[in-house]
Design a binder for this molecule. Structure first.
Ligand SMILES: [Zn+2]
Length: 151
């Protein structure tokens, strides 16, 4: 049976079999490797707790982003981005995106300026850095993109 739960950071670099579902109910089944994870989760609330953060109130203990990178046995990559929430009445929002190669993974996680420079959020950086430890193609594509960031 495939695992339907998103793997934790401690399982980065390990093989597995997953069946993941996005916000619209679309499934991705993958047997391969979990390469890396970036997360903006913080251990402490930025406000008196309880209650949880109100709508629009920023607190990375109540709501945060997670980005995971997987690779299947055919060499394809799967990028899983999840908006997590532990606020009552709210739920996680997951998007799934397949990428054929390392540069496509990096492109999917970059923000591109008009001049063609790539920049990355903290969470995207952490995901790409951990994935780079296990995957040479992502490492090469990420290093190449970073060289274009700095002026
Ligand atoms: Zn909070």
């Amino acid at each position: 049976m495939p695992d339907t739960a998103l793997p934790p950071f401690t399982e980065a670099g390990q093989a597995g079999h997953w069946e993941l579902t996005d916000r619209y109910g679309t499934k991705a089944v993958l047997a391969g490797d979990f390469l890396g994870l970036g997360s903006s989760h913080r251990p402490f609330h930025k406000h008196p707790f309880p209650p949880h953060a109100a709508k629009g109130q920023h607190c990375s203990t109540c709501r945060w982003m997670e980005i995971r990178i997987f690779q299947d046995r055919d060499g394809r990559y799967l990028v899983v981005q999840t908006g997590r929430s532990v606020v009552p009445q709210e739920s996680d929002i997951t998007t799934l995106g397949w990428a054929p190669d390392g540069p496509a993974v990096v492109s999917a996680l970059a923000t591109w300026s008009e001049s063609g420079r790539a920049s990355f959020t903290f969470v995207a950086r952490r995901a790409l850095e951990t994935a780079s430890e296990y995957d040479g193609k992502i490492n090469a594509a990420y290093r190449a993109a970073l060289q274009r960031v700095v002026t």
